[in-house]
Design a binder for this molecule. Sequence first.
Ligand code: CA
Length: 223
Amino acid sequence: MDKQGYILTVEDEPKVQANNKKMLERRGYMTRQAYTLSEARELITKEPPRAIILDIGMPDGSGLDFLRELRQYSKIPVLLLTGYRETADIVNGFDGGCDDYLTKPYMFEILLVRLRRLLEYAEQIPEAITRGLLTLNLIPQKAFVDGMDLLLTPKDFAMLQFFVQNESRVLGAEHIYERVWGQHMGTDSQAIQNAVSRLRKKICGCGYTVTGLYGKGYRFERE
Ligand code: CA
């Protein structure tokens, strides 16, 4: 079961900690416990865990603030486990970057199945795609050429990702538009042309480019 690393449980209630530790370890997970957010920070800095089970009401601050802070630099899967059960709390949790949310009281089997899911999901997603000097970080979504952040907008990133994942294939403008804008293109083909020329300039020098094929669409390919 140990695929490398441990599950960090961040929780101030000793009973909940003890119970989760016992149950998780019985299922073959390695665990570490943090009773405060500052202990959690310390453990994460020393060795990033595979996943974090995080309480919101902590003695030295809010688990949600902690989550937002974590998301600035890490995509470690986080399951919020909390007594906060209002719709707004749950929405805030996901907006803050949690991967799953479970309210107390909870059944351990449910926690376990969600944790397993979250790990399977996180561990199969590639962290980055590289083509020549171009790197696409998928979480958080950032693109770099030779280490320089291209500062792409979310739409430009989505378009670049679509191109890279379809390397050497001709993609029609409508297909791209639907994928990136999430709607029919209508007569707005100028938006695609603008976005493509913006991208082309930004990725210039990476060894790949986006070629326009008149009347057919665009192709991401080696220069
Ligand atoms: Ca608590």
